[in-house]
Design a protein around this ligand. Structure first.
Ligand SMILES: NC(=O)c1ccc[n+]([C@@H]2O[C@H](COP(=O)([O-])OP(=O)(O)OC[C@H]3O[C@@H](n4cnc5c(N)ncnc54)[C@H](O)[C@@H]3O)[C@@H](O)[C@H]2O)c1
Length: 247
């Protein structure tokens, strides 16, 4: 319960969905959690909600697409001599568009939000970490398999997996571990009214919950996972292992 007391954890994209649950589980384990999101009102609301539960959290509005926001946030932490134990790069956005309608500006926005941000967050966070620090990047099973019209999102998440092992190599000198998690279908505010068949098409017989990802973040950032780095952990109820033939 108190296993993260005294630790500082940064989570991006905490105003809802997976990021909110990741932040909550680290806070429940008594870490000080820095909640980062571009949405001010929803971000502050989550901060309030978690503080009401007695958790130690601080919200900072930050757009991960903006390098200046990221730099300013880490300058603030450096000014306060804060040591970061864990960074979870969760903020992400998706846009599904037909290839012939996909604009360069839209491609760039997805890449900057989902990939460039991960590099920048790691770049500025690593100097504030000591040996044993960990970074977890949320990718997607769409890095490994596709539906039509997902070029930008799929490419961005594939890049997150590659960036993860590159960072694991570079930061190994400082004994910082870097891993990715690729969630499959996770029920969040973005999905409502799930059907029985949505659940039963999974080997697990259910769609995933944000807590499935959050619990894996806690494990990967713990000493128990000390030999795991550069890896991509797929959490999808077996969907990427499912062979599909249409008879
Ligand atoms: N839910 C799923 O089924 C699923 C599956 C695979 C991967 N993922 C990945 O998991 C992560 C979280 O997904 P989710 O379903 O919780 O998404 P969500 O849309 O519910 O929440 C994303 C959060 O990130 C924030 N965000 C978006 N762009 C931002 C920016 N530029 N700067 C700061 N914050 C920003 C949003 O405000 C929001 O609070 C994403 O990286 C997503 O790609 C989700």
């Amino acid at each position: 319960m108190n296993q993260r007391q005294g630790e500082h954890v940064i989570v991006t994209g905490t105003a809802q969905g997976i990021g909110k649950k990741v932040a909550e589980l680290f806070a429940q384990a008594r870490a000080h959690v820095w909640l980062l999101d571009c949405k001010l009102d929803k971000g502050k609301q989550v901060e309030e909600e978690l503080r009401e539960k007695g958790f130690n959290v601080t919200f900072q509005q930050l757009d991960v697409q903006r390098p200046e926001d990221i730099k300013a946030f880490f300058s603030r932490l450096a000014g306060e001599n804060i040591v970061i134990n864990t960074l979870v790069n969760n903020a992400g956005s998706s846009q599904f568009k037909r290839l012939n309608e996909l604009e360069v500006t839209e491609w760039d926005a997805i890449m900057n939000t989902n990939v460039r941000s991960v590099m920048l967050m790691a770049k500025y966070c690593a100097p504030l970490m000591k040996a044993g620090g960990t970074i977890i990047n949320i990718a997607s099973t769409r890095a490994l398999m596709s539906e039509p019209n997902s070029e930008a999102y799929a490419a961005s998440k594939g890049a997150v997996i590659a960036l993860t092992h590159a960072l694991a190599a570079s930061l190994s000198e400082k004994y910082i571990r870097v891993n990715a998690i690729s969630p499959g279908w996770i029920e969040t505010e973005n999905y409502s009214q799930l059907r029985e068949e949505d659940h039963h098409q999974h080997f697990s017989q259910r769609v995933g919950q944000a807590s499935d990802v959050a619990k894996a973040c806690l494990y990967l950032s713990s000493g128990d996972a000390d030999f795991i780095t550069g890896e991509n952990v797929v959490i999808d109820g077996g969907m990427t292992r499912k062979m599909i033939y249409h008879h």
